[in-house]
Ligand binder design. Structure first.
Ligand SMILES: C[S@@+](CC[C@H](N)C(=O)[O-])C[C@H]1O[C@@H](n2cnc3c(N)ncnc32)[C@H](O)[C@@H]1O
Length: 176
């Protein structure tokens, strides 16, 4: 794919979506939507998905991916999530793939999300920020370290090649 940062690896997305537990009728935010991969996957179950990214090239890319997938229930927002979230109202779940201003983003989500908040972190600093913010807000549930290796061909045989490890941080029950 031609976009810096993403797409989320299939196995990481599968665990993240399982932790989000999106239900039919849900309103879901994908914060830092990048390629739109999570937004498109969430749109298959959710009623409405709000895909937010501060980079115009990410929004353009994600829009094209959504059109290709025939996903008509995704609304796109270009800008920082901290500026956009206050206008969205209540949400049922939120996926956070972007780490800028993470403590502020989590403050806003804790007030708005009825269900789960799932953060994907690649950097240890982001992992710490996510856990510390969720603990401060009283919404921290668990963190998962996901290390996946995939089969790859070698000299007529099969070996396993690791993909980059990802931390999946889960929070919830911030707002009722
Ligand atoms: C690692 S990429 C996300 C990958 C995406 N989940 C995918 O599957 O393609 C992180 C994205 O988050 C965006 N981002 C980071 N912090 C943000 C914020 N506070 N508000 C909006 N977008 C943000 C970046 O511009 C970048 O496109």
């Amino acid at each position: 794919m031609g976009l810096k940062g993403g797409p989320t690896q299939d196995e990481v997305m599968a665990v993240s979506l399982a932790k989000l537990g999106i239900l039919p009728g849900d309103r879901v935010a994908d914060i830092g939507c990048g390629t739109g991969k999570i937004a498109v996957a969430a749109s298959k179950t959710a009623e409405r998905v709000y895909a937010i990214d501060r980079r115009s090239e990410a929004i353009a890319y994600a829009r094209a991916e959504a059109a290709r997938a025939g996903a008509e229930n995704i609304e796109f927002f270009e800008g920082d999530a901290v500026e956009i979230l206050p206008d969205l109202g209540a949400l049922d779940a939120a996926f956070v793939g972007g780490s800028r201003r993470l403590p502020e983003v989590l403050d806003l989500l804790a007030d708005r999300v009825r269900g789960k908040i799932v953060v994907n972190a690649v950097m240890v600093g982001t992992l710490h920020e996510a856990i510390a913010s969720m603990q401060r807000l009283g919404i921290f549930e668990e963190a998962v370290h996901l290390q996946v290796s995939r089969s790859a061909g070698i000299a007529g045989g099969v070996m396993f090649k690791p993909i980059n490890p990802v931390y999946i941080v889960v929070g919830g029950a911030g707002c009722s």
